[in-house]
Every structure is written in structure tokens, then in C-alpha cells.
Design a protein around this ligand. Structure first.
Ligand code: KE4
Length: 436
């Protein structure tokens, strides 16, 4: 049982006098699950350590980047060596091509790429590039998919399927939102309807090939192929947002797993080994529309940052060198965790639907299959919150929202599986008791 979060509480109160909600990103505030978030002091391997001396098994891995565990020694050394030569040059350096070469080795669809400092920047830039290249303004995204917080992507479905989007956040002008069509995921008819309603006007489709931001949702058979066919037919670009799935589901991300060749790909998280880094890339003919070669402007002070490049190179080199062992191991350990808890929930009479691809997964507290955001929303978020808090108290830190994916890294082994299943057995027994 975790020690009381006395120090974390004091740190939360201090943080709130500087940062809205005490956080630099909303999900960290634990509003979806309640209670105070522990304040982390350090992390190593599969574990986080908080200000009150508690140790937690980390099941969200900084939201994806830490696939090789925290403080992965080759990455730490690479960052330390790079830092000694200055944290930033603002000028070209060989490290950019070093990382780009490894990314392109993993993603054959990427013929040219550009580094940025976040997944948001990668997706925002890819959208602008698609609009500049096609000369079209409309964008298709899908309910439940998140592509960062650029205005054009903080949009939710309008009154009817395929009609104009409406702002998904305060501060997003209706004029901006109207050019984004938010459609249901796993529904090709909705995409056909959108192209029929806006002939010659849709620049691109951007999609999480495996959704992680509604919890994990798997593409239906033929869905991604259908998006590829429809974008080809209508002269629109297909952008696969692999910020979460890139290097996670396979070395070549979801496109490597499902055999889809997009026009553009966005990357983040793992590509920077945990440092601020994103990237977008694809067909050279499209990428060469970017300044200084072409008319689409895009820039960034810290783009290609030498420390992020060094951390990314250390991370990708390890994944490439150990590909044949890493991905089967991640799949096996994650299956043991995901399926083990699902079986315990079933024994406890608690309806849980488990969606998993490789080392990303979600336990939805619903008895319904989860194939899109609407079905994900049938989950009992109260039971999830109770489960989350019980697991945290037992030393297992799950992502603090029903609508987030959990991640396993190479530092998770049989000991971590046993520890987590033991904690889940107790947590679900209690969750069930309090429901009766
Ligand atoms: P960032 O700007 O947060 O680096 O990336 C945005 C982004 C883009 N595309 C996908 C598929 C993503 O998952 C993300 C960011 N993921 C969230 C987790 N669901 C980041 C966590 C947070 O917002 O604090």
C-alpha cells in the first residue's frame, strides 16, 4: 500500500500557484480519475518513484516514448555526450541526418522528412503541407482520434455526418473548424459520403491507424485499405498519424504491420527517445513543397535539436539491432498483462472489453465491443476510476483516463506481470464489492 502522498500534495499546491491546474498537460492532473497525482522524482527501467518514497510499476511510459524503459543507459550516455557540446546550435549538424537515415530505414514510405519538437507540430505541419500541395482546404479526421492541439484538429462532428466540423475547444474559430470533417472511425461509408459532399475539396485524411486516444481501438479488416483506396480515387492525401504507433507496433509502426503506404506520416514520442521531438515525412514530391524549396512555410527554433537527435539515434539503433527479439517479447508480456487482468475481471463479474495491438492496450469497463469512440463511451468511467486508484495505491500506475492507451516496454518482465496481476486481483475484488 502506497504511503500517503503528503509531499506530492504539497508539491501540487505549490505547482498550482504557477501552472493552471498545476500541470503542463491536462491529463496529468488526474481529473478523470480523481485524487492527487503523485509527483515523480526519478524513474528507472519499468518504475517511477514519487516524492513520498513510493515506487510504481509504470504502465504509460511517458505516454509512449519510454519503450526501452526509463533512463535507458545508451540514451542517457548519448544525451550527456551531446549536452557537453551545447544543448542547441540553431544550425545544421550531422545528427539530423543520422536520425533521419534510421527513420527512413524503418519507414520505406518516407522519402524525405523534417524534424519538429512535438507530435502536435508534426500533425499541424503535415496538414498545412497537404493543403498547400493539393490546393484544397477540407480535412477529414475521426472522432476519438487526437492529433495534438492545433486549431484545425480540435474539432468535433457537426450536426450530421460529413457536415462542417464545430470547435472542439474554446478559442477555435468556427471558420477554422468548418474545414475539418470529424467522422466516425471504422466507417468507410461516412468517408464516401464526405467525398461525395465535398468533391475536389478534401486535401487529406489524417488518422491514427490504431487509435490510442480513445483508448485502444483496432482498425476493422479492410478499413485502412479502404481509406487508401478512397484517397487515391479522390486525389486526397492519406496521412497516418504514427506519433503513438511509430516504432511501437513494429519497427515500421502500424503501416509496417498492416502494409499500408500513406502519402505522409507523422511521428513523435519514441522517435526522440523521450526528448522533445516529432517528425513528418513522406513522398519527396510532396515534402519538397516545404520552404526553402517550396511555398509551404514551416519552421522551428529547436527542430532537429542535437540532444533529441542523439536520444533518438540511441533508441532506434537499439530497436533496429534487436528487432527480432524486442517486438515478440513486448507482444508476449503485454498479452500476459492484458489477458490476465481481463480473466480476473471476468471471474469478478466485472464487464471488461480488452483491445490490444502489440504493446499498447486498453481495458474498457464495458461489456460491449469497442470499435469506435461511441462504443468506447459506453464504458463505466466510475469503475475505471476506482480501479485506477486501487492499482495506484497498490503500486501500479495506469494511464489516468479510461480513454488512454497503456504501454509496455522492454523493462517489463515476468516479475512485473506477476506484480500487476496480484494488484489487479485485489483491486477488482474491491471494485466489485463496492458495486454491490
Ligand atoms: P504531442 O504534441 O503531445 O507530442 O503529440 C500530440 C499527439 C499526436 N498524435 C497522437 C496519435 C498522439 O497520441 C499525440 C499525443 N498523445 C497524448 C496521449 N494521448 C499525449 C499526452 C498528453 O497530452 O499529455
Amino acid at each position: 500500500m502506497a504511503r500517503p502522498l503528503t509531499q506530492s500534495r504539497a508539491l501540487q499546491l505549490r505547482a498550482e500557484s504557477f501552472l493552471p491546474g498545476g500541470v503542463d498537460s491536462p491529463v496529468r492532473a488526474f481529473r478523470a480519475v480523481g485524487g492527487d497525482p503523485p509527483f515523480v522524482t526519478r524513474a528507472e527501467g519499468a518504475y517511477l518513484y514519487d516524492a513520498d518514497g513510493n515506487k510504481y510499476l509504470d504502465m504509460f511510459g511517458s505516454w509512449g516514448p519510454m519503450i526501452l524503459g526509463h533512463a535507458f543507459p545508451p540514451a542517457v550516455e548519448a544525451i550527456q555526450q551531446a549536452a557537453a557540446k551545447s544543448a542547441s546550435f540553431g544550425a545544421s549538424h550531422a545528427g539530423e541526418a543520422d536520425l533521419a537515415e534510421l527513420v527512413m530505414q524503418c519507414f520505406p514510405s518516407i522519402e524525405r522528412l523534417r524534424f519538429v519538437s512535438s507530435g502536435t507540430e508534426a500533425c499541424m505541419s503535415a496538414i498545412r503541407l497537404a493543403r498547400g500541395y493539393t490546393g484544397r482546404n477540407f480535412v477529414i479526421k475521426f472522432e476519438g482520434c487526437y492529433h495534438g492541439h492545433a486549431d484545425a484538429l480540435l474539432v468535433k462532428a457537426g450536426s450530421g455526418v460529413a457536415t462542417f466540423g464545430i470547435p472542439g475547444s474554446a478559442g477555435v474559430p468556427a471558420e477554422t473548424a468548418m474545414h475539418t470533417l470529424a467522422l466516425p472511425y471504422n466507417d468507410l461509408d461516412a468517408v464516401r459520403a464526405a467525398f461525395a459532399l465535398h468533391p475536389g475539396a478534401i486535401a487529406c485524411i489524417i488518422v491514427e491507424p490504431v487509435v490510442g486516444n480513445a483508448g485502444t481501438i483496432v482498425p476493422a479488416a479492410g478499413y485502412l485499405e479502404g481509406l487508401r483506396t478512397l484517397t487515391h480515387e479522390h486525389g486526397a492525401l492519406l496521412i497516418l498519424d504514427e506519433v503513438m504507433t511509430g516504432f511501437r507496433l513494429s519497427l515500421g509502426g502500424a503501416q509496417g504491420l498492416y502494409g499500408i503506404r500513406p502519402d505522409l506520416t507523422t511521428l513523435g514520442k519514441i522517435v526522440g527517445g523521450g526528448l522533445p521531438c516529432g517528425a513528418f515525412g513522406g513522398r519527396a514530391e510532396i515534402m519538397n513543397y516545404l520552404a526553402p524549396l517550396g511555398p509551404v512555410y514551416q519552421a522551428g527554433t529547436l527542430s532537429g535539436n542535437p540532444l533529441a537527435m542523439a536520444a533518438g539515434v540511441a533508441t532506434l539503433q537499439h530497436l533496429i539491432e534487436h528487432e527480432t527479439s524486442v517486438y515478440p517479447q513486448l507482444d508476449s508480456v503485454t498479452a500476459s498483462i492484458a489477458n490476465g487482468v481481463a480473466a480476473i475481471a471476468e471471474e469478478a463479474g466485472i464487464p471488461v472489453t480488452t483491445n490490444r495491438v502489440g504493446s499498447m492496450f486498453t481495458w474498457f469497463f464495458t461489456g460491449a465491443p469497442v470499435t469506435n469512440f461511441e462504443s468506447a463511451a459506453t464504458s463505466n468511467t466510475v469503475t475505471f476510476a476506482r480501479f485506477h486508484r486501487a492499482m495506484l495505491d497498490a503500486g501500479v500506475w495506469l494511464p489516468p483516463s479510461q480513454y488512454e492507451a497503456a504501454f509496455v516496454g522492454t523493462a517489463h518482465g515476468t516479475e512485473e506481470v506477476a506484480f500487476l496481476l496480484s494488484a489487479a486481483r485485489e483491486a477488482l475484488a474491491n471494485a466489485q464489492d463496492s458495486e454491490n
